[in-house]
Ligand binder design. Structure first.
Ligand code: ARE
Length: 592
């Protein structure tokens, strides 16, 4: 037993409230080290032998070095004291906050380390207000990301000057405009209904100079090239009528160069009443050769806002409230979320959840984000670590099945379960090359990645145009205008997405059912996993290898299954299923 590998931390992603009555407790051990792991628990004010319970923990995740065990408990008095018992061969070890010892409460020496709760780990009290409770609807959401300048041109009278022809043959550049607007989105809402998505994530729609609008001038006004606030309200209402939620982009880390307070600073220097709105280092304020004020990266036209300043805070919090309460948006995606102070986000959450308790707060953080996910700031983050694992396994072939499983399991353990249930699982975005391009233009690889994404937990997001075969490299290449000519759309891909989306919508098991790998072996290029709830059971096998594979799954619960595409019958008996899966293809089996 390798004691050095054992890890637990109370009131963290290793011990958290899943809901107002349930605690989740996790512990880490060396991979394949333990035969059994138990949680020994009781009330912290009555931690006596007769009142102590033992719950067997389940191994629920593994990565290259470690196994992770999990138990769910419902402490009757909402207070909780606990320790662990590990069994490996003849060895037995107990572990509490003080450390390790062999004897437990049943030892001949007496109740040993369990006779007093003083050495125990504790979850002191389960207070409902502290529980991270993301909105329920997000579990069912299938997002579609729209970059508004490039989705549809519904009102040419709003076109910027020198607008390019709406054609995928014209290269998008950092500067050019194609004329997309909000009317263009309204005009195509029925297309999105046909595809099946039920939520839209918009990159910024507020007044700004650039085509991407991340350089805000006025946070309370729709960009005049996109329409006006009344049209935004109409778009939200039209979307809601069709069962589609709307999430907007909050760019609160920085403003644009032409944000009036920043212009005031440029004009009046030290005398400006807005000097504290930014992080200015010296006067006069200079943009060249590098800005002498804090900015997004080194981008001079994006001065960083001082979100600790009461006036800045009041202004931005009113923005946060306005678009949710008055316009009816259902959520905020927070740009450069990890560079804004935590206190600002805490107050932001209060304002947004007051305006609409069901609003979704999604942080743009590309890394492990636990400090923002404790229930007082974000509901979830853009899940780029999962994105990268999916792309590396299915599109690039740079990791094997076992590494893939380990990487995904690491994200399972990294966050509380309720966060993973609403994690924003994208495969590409306006900041990355398109999925088809990452897949080396191999549609089969793209389909495998999308199949995994749409049968995995979390909220999948499809970047506009992926569903009809659009390609494109890194920004700005990934921002071509949407292809609307039917003869140029890849209909096969559209139908593929449509069918998968509808399968996910029909079966809750594919959304927040349990997820269990059945096969993810070292050196292999295929994976198999089971998704199930009390109604349905799916066995999904994805072969990312260039060769056909004969795959034998063992330890599967017996039953009759049908292939959801070809409708062929499969039987699991004696816990075994043998299937032939052609190169670069998938098999989705549903129980009968
Ligand atoms: C423009 C050019 C780029 C050029 C850049 C810098 O297009 O080619 O590299 O300028 O000069 C917006 C526009 C971009 C624009 C940018 C600056 O959409 O087109 O780029 O403004 O004018 C990090 C941040 C993350 C950020 C990404 C891009 O942490 O917040 O970089 N994403 C958001 C939005 C962007 C937006 C901005 C921020 C600014 O989604 O669209 O850009 O408002 C690693 C790091 C991450 C890093 C990630 C990507 O994993 O860990 O921190 O994200 O790579 O680089």
């Amino acid at each position: 037993m390798l004691l050095e590998a054992i890890y637990h931390q109370s009131k963290s992603h290793y011990a958290y409230a899943y809901n107002p009555t349930t605690l989740h407790i996790r512990v880490r051990t060396k991979r394949n080290d333990m035969d059994n792991v138990y949680l020994i628990h009781g009330d912290k004010y009555k931690f006596q032998p007769d009142y102590i319970n033992t719950t067997k923990m389940k191994k629920f995740a593994s990565d290259t070095l470690f196994d992770y065990y999990h138990a769910e408990v419902k402490p009757p008095y909402r207070r909780f004291a606990y320790c662990f018992r590990f069994e490996s061969g003849d060895e037995v070890m107990h572990y509490n906050e003080v450390g390790f010892q062999e004897e437990g409460f049943d030892s001949k020496e007496g109740i040993g380390m369990l006779d007093s709760p003083s050495g125990m780990f504790e979850f002191p009290f389960l207070n409902p207000i502290d529980v991270n409770t993301p909105p329920e609807w997000v579990k069912d959401a299938i997002f579609y990301q729209i970059f508004p300048e490039r989705f549809g041109n519904g009102d040419p009278s709003l076109n910027p000057t020198n607008v390019e022809p709406w054609s995928e043959d014209v290269d998008p550049t950092p500067q050019n405009f194609f004329g997309g607007d909000l009317q263009g989105v309204i005009d195509h809402l029925d297309y999105l209904v046909e595809l099946g998505i039920n939520a839209i994530y918009f990159t910024p729609i507020f007044e700004a100079t650039t085509n991407h609008k991340y350089d805000t001038i006025d946070y309370l006004k729709v960009d005049p090239h996109f329409g006006d606030n009344a049209l935004a309200k109409k778009m939200v209402d039209e979307a809601h009528k069709r069962g589609i939620k709307i999430m907007l982009d909050a760019v609160f880390n920085h403003s644009g160069f032409f944000f009036p307070p920043f212009q005031d600073v440029l004009k009046h220097g030290e005398k400006s009443k807005y000097t504290d709105w930014f992080h200015l280092r010296e006067f006069p304020v200079k943009t060249e050769p590098v800005p002498n004020y804090d900015a997004f990266a080194f981008v001079s036209h994006m001065p960083k806002l001082n979100t600790e300043h009461p006036e800045v805070k009041a202004y931005l919090l009113e923005v946060a409230r306005y678009w949710i309460e008055d316009i009816g948006a259902d959520g905020w995606r927070l740009d450069v979320a990890n560079e804004v102070d935590h206190q600002f986000w805490r107050e932001f959450r209060q304002v947004v959840k007051k305006a609409n308790p069901e609003a979704y707060i999604l942080g743009e953080v590309w890394h492990n984000s636990m400090p923002w996910l404790q229930g007082d700031q974000f509901d979830a983050v853009m899940n780029y670590p999962v994105t990268n694992s999916i792309l590396e396994f299915f599109c690039k072939g740079s990791i094997d099945a076992q590494q893939f499983m380990g990487r995904l399991d690491q994200m399972q353990i990294a966050y509380p379960k309720q966060v993973n249930e609403v994690a924003f699982n994208l495969l590409d975005s306006h900041d990355t090359p398109r999925l088809l391009t990452i897949a080396g233009n191999d549609k089969n690889r793209m389909k495998l990645a999308a199949t995994f994404q749409l049968t995995y937990m979390g909220s999948p997001c499809i970047y506009y145009g992926d569903e009809i075969g659009m390609d494109g490299g890194q920004d700005p290449g990934c921002r071509k205008p949407m292809v609307w000519e039917e003869n140029k759309q890849d209909k096969d891909l559209f139908t593929f997405y449509q069918q998968l989306i509808s399968l996910r919508k029909e079966h809750r098991a594919l959304r927040d059912g349990s997820f269990q790998f059945l096969s993810a072996e070292t050196g292999q290029r295929y994976v198999a996993y089971e998704r199930s709830d009390d109604k349905d059971r799916f066995l999904i096998i994805l072969n990312s290898d260039e060769k056909e594979q004969v795959i034998t799954l063992t330890g599967v619960k017996d039953g009759a299954f049908r292939d959801v595409v070809a409708n062929e019958r499969y039987q699991v008996s004696g816990g075994t299923l043998e299937v032939n899966v052609p190169a670069l293809s998938s098999l989705i089996l549903k129980d009968q």
